[in-house]
Design a protein around this ligand. Structure first.
Ligand SMILES: [Zn+2]
Length: 231
């Protein structure tokens, strides 16, 4: 009886608040914001070998790999999806994207992901995180952890101490300046001798992840970068 009631309740909930795929618009009975078909077909795959970097993006020698799922599509569906992950609190979407990225990471030839690996979501400034209620990079890292068994760095192990202005519209060198000194390490021992994968939604010039990597590269193992898109 309880089961019937619960199922009726779900149907009613679904009727009042239906969930549709953000790309094709199909109603989703499992209440996911991206349907399985669109997840597999809607976006342009990128970086299949897990090391190749985007045009104009030179990986420093001390970054072992950069794994990306898709090419960023300015004004397209992927931009829309990532905007929702960042601002609309669609937690399931962030985790789903992270799980897909995790599957790719399991095939990465340059850094073997295991339960010993530490995932470091790019931290938001605490004031911004409080206002937004969550950190989108954490949702993605959570999905990666589900698939790979890797461990997420303790919240606050690295902290953003400066709420930097937006990176949009800045060139690579100004982005680096804008981020210099933006982060500090609070729990160094979390990274000692561990391979670390820095997790973000989009990689553009790499200024953010390079700045983070420069803080830990002296004492951690390999450093990798994993993002949903590259612009
Ligand atoms: Zn769809």
């Amino acid at each position: 009886m309880f089961k019937i009631l619960t199922s009726a309740g779900n149907d009613l909930f679904d009727l009042i608040y239906p969930v549709s795929c953000l790309v094709c618009g199909d109603r989703q009975v499992d209440r996911r914001h991206l349907c399985a078909y669109c997840l597999d077909h809607a976006f342009e795959p990128s970086n299949e070998d897990g090391r190749e970097s985007s045009e104009g993006l030179v990986l420093p020698e001390w970054i072992t790999m950069q794994q990306t799922l898709w090419e960023f599509d300015k004004g397209g569906f992927l931009q829309d999806v990532l905007h929702h992950v960042k601002y609309s609190g669609l937690a399931d979407l962030g985790v789903t994207l992270g799980e897909n990225l995790g599957k790719e990471l399991l095939n990465n030839r340059y850094l073997r992901v295991s339960h010993e690996t530490i995932l470091l979501p790019v931290p938001l400034h605490p004031a911004r995180e409080r206002k937004r209620g969550y950190n989108q990079s954490f949702l993605i890292a959570f999905g990666i952890a589900n698939v790979t068994g890797a461990e997420i760095a303790p919240h606050g192990a690295v902290q953003r101490i400066r709420n930097t202005r937006t990176q949009t519209g800045l060139n690579a060198s100004n982005r680096r300046k804008n981020l210099s000194g933006a982060f500090t390490i609070r729990e160094q021992q979390a990274f000692v001798n561990r391979d670390v994968i820095i997790v973000d939604d989009v990689i553009t010039t790499g200024a953010t992840v390079f700045e983070l990597a420069s803080l830990i590269r002296g004492y951690c193992g390999k450093i990798g970068v994993a993002t949903i898109a590259r612009a």
